[in-house]
Design a protein. Structure first.
Length: 141
């Protein structure tokens, strides 16, 4: 199946933007990766992640743009305190951020994709919790 080309797609997308919009009841984005520079303020921690490669997508979908996408991430200090040591002490660890995505036109020249974190953990913290649960289940048997 050949994907739709952008020349065909662009007018269709224009029609969608001009039409009555559907309503999204829930919007959530998950980012998994290494944070860039980390800025800690009184109640919020700011960082960024960048995605450079697209995953394999179902046949027929158009290709996403090849330019990397930068995500600016806002994390509550309380959530950050739970992952800070793991990220600092284990270079192989990666953040897992679930949050509310918003394209904010106030940032930079063309706007930026922002993610307001609702849940933050790391791969190693998740792994440790799984192992603790498994050993607890084994003890109960």
């Amino acid at each position: 199946v050949k994907p739709i080309n952008w020349a065909e797609l662009k007018p269709l997308l224009g029609q969608l933007l001009a039409a009555v919009k559907g309503e999204a009841d829930t919007v959530k984005m998950t980012l998994i990766g290494k944070p860039g520079r980390i800025i800690e303020k009184e109640k919020v921690v700011l960082t960024s992640l960048q995605s450079a490669k697209s995953p394999s997508l179902p046949k027929g979908l158009p290709r996403p743009p090849s330019e990397p996408t930068t995500y600016l991430v806002f994390i509550a200090k309380k959530q950050w305190s739970k992952v800070k040591e793991s990220i600092a002490n284990f270079p192989e660890d990666k953040l897992i951020i679930e949050g509310f995505p918003v394209y904010d036109r106030r940032i930079g020249q063309n706007g930026a994709m922002c993610v307001y974190a609702q849940n933050v953990t790391t791969k190693l913290i998740q792994q440790a919790k799984r192992e603790a649960n498994q050993s607890q289940n084994n003890e109960e048997e």
